[in-house]
Design a protein around this ligand. Structure first.
Ligand SMILES: CC(C)(COP(=O)(O)OP(=O)(O)OC[C@H]1O[C@@H](n2cnc3c(N)ncnc32)[C@H](O)[C@@H]1OP(=O)(O)O)[C@@H](O)C(=O)NCCC(=O)NCCS
Length: 143
């Protein structure tokens, strides 16, 4: 069941970042510390939002419930996938999936991570984006 979910999710998500689980990433039980994983997810999602909104002043507004369905141990390799759920007026909503490349198990999914686009004063500002774009395409458009 878990493995099937991993396979179906692959088609729409962009898995950009992998992490190699090291001793400093473990909790006292010897498995991946959830706090480390959440920090990586927040950063990965923020980078995704910054690139999509083309603005470095973006903040995390809301993260929906997190269900850790399996874990990782030292030496495992995990990868984090992001996809856009919705472009709002000032916000961008992402979905995240993390999976273990070694065990082929899902680690967690987060249905909603909401980022808000800010102006120079730190006030929510319309971002004007409506669809996903890729940096590669932007470079090619500038040639
Ligand atoms: C981000 C912040 C400026 C937004 O302020 P705000 O008064 O809630 O702003 P708004 O009510 O205009 O909402 C901004 C957007 O967030 C969305 N939003 C607000 N609360 C939300 C919630 N609980 N869930 C989902 N989306 C939400 C709104 O729908 C709006 O999106 P839209 O313009 O696309 O419709 C303010 O809440 C803040 O500074 N929060 C702290 C952020 C932070 O420190 N993050 C951690 C470090 S990065």
């Amino acid at each position: 069941m878990v493995i099937l979910y991993t396979i179906t999710i692959q088609k729409t998500m962009n898995f950009h970042t992998r992490k190699w689980i090291k001793p400093e990433d473990l909790n006292p039980n010897g498995s991946l510390f959830g706090g480390s994983l959440l920090k990586w997810i927040d950063e990965e999602a923020a980078i995704y939002a910054i690139i999509q909104l083309d603005n470095q002043k973006v903040v995390t507004k809301y993260i929906s419930e997190i269900n850790f369905v399996s874990s990782a141990i030292q030496g495992d390799i995990i990868e984090m996938g992001m996809e856009v759920v919705a472009f709002g007026r000032t916000s961008l909503t992402l979905r995240c999936h993390v999976r273990n490349k070694i065990t082929r198990m899902s680690i967690l999914s987060i249905e909603k991570l909401v980022f808000v686009n800010l102006d120079q004063e730190g006030v929510p500002a319309p971002h004007g984006k409506r669809e996903v774009s890729y940096i590669k395409d932007r470079f090619e458009a500038e040639k």
